[in-house]
Design a binder for this molecule. Structure first.
Ligand SMILES: *Cc1c(COP(=O)(O)O)cnc(C)c1O
Length: 605
């Protein structure tokens, strides 16, 4: 390693060792300051035929935990170094190996060093990028653990795994040139990939594992294998414009100030974190509700639409389109368009127009045009199709405000960032109320996944926070009338993103069903698909009936009439066992006003 920023970045992947080369002829020669690194990382000084004095001085100056000897150092030299070096510092002696290598030369070194390192015999000592034939290791006569080195790249990992399965004392792998952008500068994505890959066959505790796994999007728009931007040619300029600008614009101080101010003054943030006393008593655990139902327009959706309308403004767009299911996103979009004086068209499935009539009226009052989607199941998926069609036809002046963490990159990441204010506030509020930032559980319902993404965001890498995602099982997971994507879905592409998707054996999208329009979607966002695949989140599906009963229960017990979407999340309390000292945070994503007619019909109120 050579460059401070890069050292810090790679440090976040928690390698076991990190090396610094003190051989002046190397392009990776290190002569700087090593920034603070996590304690578990051992710093290794790499030397080539250096004097004992210099090695000792550098070891002390940089607080090295290991010394790698890469030249022709003799047994006597190693012994002298051992005698003078702090006994906790490891000595790693390197040997360049080729087919003719005589393993007998190692024997006298066994007592004077801690590890061997086998590198390819190349022009330079190390960093040549070529592997040696690892078959020669079959002749390794010793039980001394060794580092395997010499041009290891991702492609070599299968062969490394084979060696790891044998009785050879393979202790570590040493990677370098194949993971570089230039000498001494590591490509963080490649490093992360190999760290992930290695996790599959080395035993690493969960703490370290979660730190290494990133559950956020990478530069290419992927969460693990999910995400990307699968879009028609016609949409490319729009999506690309957004991709190139969203991080830049949202990082601007003026943008942030405007966003924060609107969240506070207009949307009513921060929303309270309410300790639900009666509920906690009944379930014998500590239950907090994040009150997104108190946001202006009645749900978390406004957090995202405020963010995106500010972005659309800065991109100079004059016409706004959106899709909506329950109508909450449509209302939130119509609201911010009224606020900014922009034209607004909302696509909504014909069925949803019927079951969410009050929201249709609200959108109209706010000046939006509501266009019915008549195809398929006439719900959210179909509304999204129509919105995408509109965007293709109006690529220049139109901005598409997507309402969840779905769609092509950068939408899932952008929406998750706008919604992440939810978990940011939870942390601050829990610190105040419980003396700790992290709860034991965060629970949220998942339609596309935006309220859930916001609720999980700042806890993703904190392994002590258990993440529960709640999907709609409709009439039952296997009833044929369900929207339980994690249980029923396979990898597929929907609305521009590769994710888990309910589909027939020939890849046709299955029509989803849920009593709650906001969860009635055949996919989940790519972030959630990855949380499912990596088992970071536990997925639970809840039926219509369970959710509806919770609509009544929460109303009667806490005086809170929940959106039917949110009611699904509460049913987890009946499905899981919590300890009395557990802190359980449930995101109350929205209020139930919009669902009154469904509640009336269901309960004959
Ligand atoms: C839209 C909506 C949902 C579902 O959408 P996500 O993107 O999964 O959050 C959940 N709850 C409420 C109240 C909604 O309005």
């Amino acid at each position: 390693m050579k460059y401070p920023d890069n050292i810090i970045e790679v440090g976040t992947l928690l390698p076991d060792y990190m090396g610094f080369i003190f051989w002046e002829k190397s392009a990776r020669y290190f002569d700087g300051v090593i920034p603070d690194l996590p304690k578990s990382i051992k710093k290794v000084g790499v030397f080539v035929n250096e004097s004992i004095e210099v090695i000792l001085a550098k070891a002390q100056k940089y607080n090295m935990q290991a010394i790698q000897l890469h030249g022709h150092e003799s047994v006597e030299f190693c012994q002298e170094l051992r005698d003078n070096l702090n006994s906790s510092i490891e000595i790693i002696k390197v040997f360049s190996v080729d087919d003719a290598f005589d393993f007998e030369v190692l024997k006298p070194f066994e007592t004077v060093c801690d590890y061997f390192l086998f590198d390819t015999k190349g022009k330079l000592p190390g960093g040549n990028g070529t592997t040696f034939d690892w078959k020669v290791l079959e002749k390794y006569p010793s039980s001394k653990p060794f580092f395997l080195s010499g041009g290891i790249g991702i492609e070599e990992m299968e062969a490394v795994k084979e060696i790891a399965k044998t009785n050879l004392p393979l202790y570590a792998i040493d990677v370098n040139s194949k993971f570089e952008i230039e000498p001494g500068l590591k490509n963080i994505e490649l490093c992360r990939n190999i760290r992930r890959d290695a996790l599959q066959y080395v035993s690493t505790d969960n703490k370290i594992k979660n730190k290494i796994m990133s559950y956020n999007v990478n530069e290419k728009g992927y969460y693990g294998e999910f995400g990307g931007a699968f879009i028609p040619e016609m949409l490319y300029p729009n999506v690309e414009e957004l991709r190139q600008n969203y991080l830049k614009i949202t990082a601007e101080p003026e943008f942030q100030a405007e966003f924060d101010s609107l969240l506070k003054e207009y949307a009513g943030r921060p929303t309270p974190l309410y300790f639900a006393k009666r509920l906690s008593k009944e379930y014998n655990t500590k239950i907090y509700l994040k009150r997104e139902d108190l946001c202006h327009t009645g749900a978390h959706k406004i957090n995202n639409t405020i963010g995106q309308i500010l972005l659309a403004n800065r991109l100079g767009k004059k016409r706004i389109i959106a899709e909506t299911g329950a109508g909450q996103h449509g209302v939130a979009t119509a609201t911010v368009c009224a606020l900014m004086g922009l034209e607004c068209i909302v696509y909504m499935g014909e069925i949803d127009i019927k079951r969410q009539a009050p929201n249709v009226a609200r959108m109209k009052m706010l000046g939006a045009e509501v266009r019915p989607a008549m195809s398929g199941s006439k719900t959210l998926k179909d509304a999204t199709n129509e919105a995408i069609r509109d965007w293709i036809n109006n690529p220049v002046d139109t901005y598409y405000i997507i309402g969840s963490v779905v769609g092509p990159h950068p939408y899932p990441d952008m929406v998750a960032r706008f919604q992440s204010v939810i978990s940011k506030e939870i942390k601050e509020q829990l610190l105040e109320k419980e003396g700790r930032e992290n709860p034991d559980y965060v629970i949220a319902c998942v339609g596309g996944g935006s309220n859930a993404a916001g609720t999980y965001y700042h806890f993703l890498e904190d392994e002590d926070v258990k993440i529960i995602a709640v999907e709609a099982a409709g009439l039952g997971v296997n009833s044929g009338e369900s929207a339980a994507t994690s249980a029923l879905g396979k990898v597929g592409v929907i609305h521009g993103s590769k994710t888990l998707l309910m589909q027939t054996t020939d890849g046709q999208i299955t029509e989803p069903y849920s009593i709650s329009a906001g969860l009635d979607y055949p996919g989940v966002g790519p972030m959630h698909a990855n949380l499912f695949a990596t088992k970071r989140a536990q997925f639970i599906s809840i039926t219509d009936d369970q959710a509806m009963q919770w609509g009544i229960k929460l109303s009667k017990m806490e005086g809170l009439i929940p959106a039917i979407e949110s009611a699904h999340a509460f049913a987890v309390l009946d499905e899981m066992k919590f300890k009395p000292e557990d802190v359980v945070v449930i995101n109350l994503s929205g209020r139930g006003d919009k669902d009154l007619s469904t509640y009336i019909d269901y309960f004959k109120l």
